[in-house]
Design a protein around this ligand. Sequence first.
Ligand SMILES: Cc1cc2nc3c(=O)[nH]c(=O)nc-3n(C[C@H](O)[C@H](O)[C@H](O)COP(=O)(O)O)c2cc1C
Length: 455
Amino acid sequence: MTKPIKQVHLAAHFPGVNNTTVWSDPAGGSHIAFESFEHFARTAERGKFDFLFLAEGLRLREQGGKIYDLDVVGRPDTFTVLAAIAAVTEHLGVTGTINSTFNEPYEVARQFASLDWLSDGRAAWNVVTSWDAFTGENFRRGGYLPQDQRYERARTFLQTAIELWDSWRGDEIVADQETGRFLSTPAPGSFAHRDAHFDIAGQFDVPRSPQGRPVIFQAGDSDEGRDFAAAQADAIFTGHSQLEDGQAFYTDVKNRLAKYGRTRDQLLILPAATFVLGDTDAEAAEIAHEVRLAQVSPATAVAFLEQLWNTDLSGFDPDGPLPSFDPVVSDVDGLISKGRASARHFAKDPIGLANQWREIAAAKNLSAREVIVEVTGRQSFIGSADTIATAINHHVQEDASDGFILVPHITPAGLDPFVDTVVPLLQERGVFRTEYEGRTLRENLGLAAPVRGAR
Ligand SMILES: Cc1cc2nc3c(=O)[nH]c(=O)nc-3n(C[C@H](O)[C@H](O)[C@H](O)COP(=O)(O)O)c2cc1C
């Protein structure tokens, strides 16, 4: 039996400020002004993308006791931005990352139900448990929860939110002007929920929204995170964007669905991906190299080195060799860097990783900065429009993903060339929509409507 051809899903991650963003390019604009969000959203909708995606950062990251300056202009409040985007788009889904560790279910359920109403059925929630105690100091005593408790809270948080959304059937408001009867039932939205984390009761005050519930995303990568997604999410946002790594992740997560009584088409796998386009593959490779150098300025290179070496390297020359001494190993979380994902990643086996970097430097005769260019944040897709369209489709048909959440390096116009040149090729090949299929985000993602009371 031949395998059916899958449709590619595409989404647009507003870059905010992260280590892939090239803010110094003359084409770069504001990461906070509404015109940037509007341009980005309109481009994504012109390209018939499924949704726009916002990550969440709740505290300015620090390194060596100084705030990471780019963070200052990166991530305004999610709901405010998504509501404004919903007003200037018609079909594009609006996906917000909101954590379950520092919030309360009533408030988050209310915000998403409201966003679903304002966007007429286009809201999605990326449920994250968030990064660390440093971030959490803004919110809660002690800043954080141990990982197993974070996921336990996430599961029960989402369950509680579902109970709140499902507290309305959808037919309670009759608003009969002749009889003067507004409600068909005396107490719509009644709920009572009690567990180890939440003990709440009352009336949910937003009537059932067009999608019933927002589409649910999950982003954690651990065993618990993957199980949480398999049990409760409609889609996963992941970093596994390379072919073989993506296939392994895809198989692992899809295989977990059966134990929760779910089928493989009930969970979409959507990795984040970057791209560099050129007229030819050779030109794209050249541009990609320039982009990497812009992404890893000398100061950025030193910052990365400090994260792995876990020590102050001010004055270090990144255009010379890697430090000759070994990284400082410490049990203290974030000695040099606070709130940064790469620092945590580097901390797993710092000496082993430094040795790997040294091997790369020796084999290719690279300076410290060139090693950082090599080992951090590689672009996922580099080439002509034809090469990139072929590669994206290949990943999807070979079950490395169900599509991609694209993160351009230029804000806000970095998506335009992709929409103008790659999207038409995917459409010609019959693997990407030419018109939105449905009204709601859930319909466009090909997901079944939720059954009220289930899950
Ligand atoms: C691809 C990806 C994206 C994430 N995005 C965010 C984010 O925007 N904001 C946030 O607070 N946490 C984010 N997280 C962190 C997760 O919420 C989670 O706290 C973290 O990955 C640790 O959980 P884990 O051990 O299951 O991976 C992200 C994680 C992954 C893997």
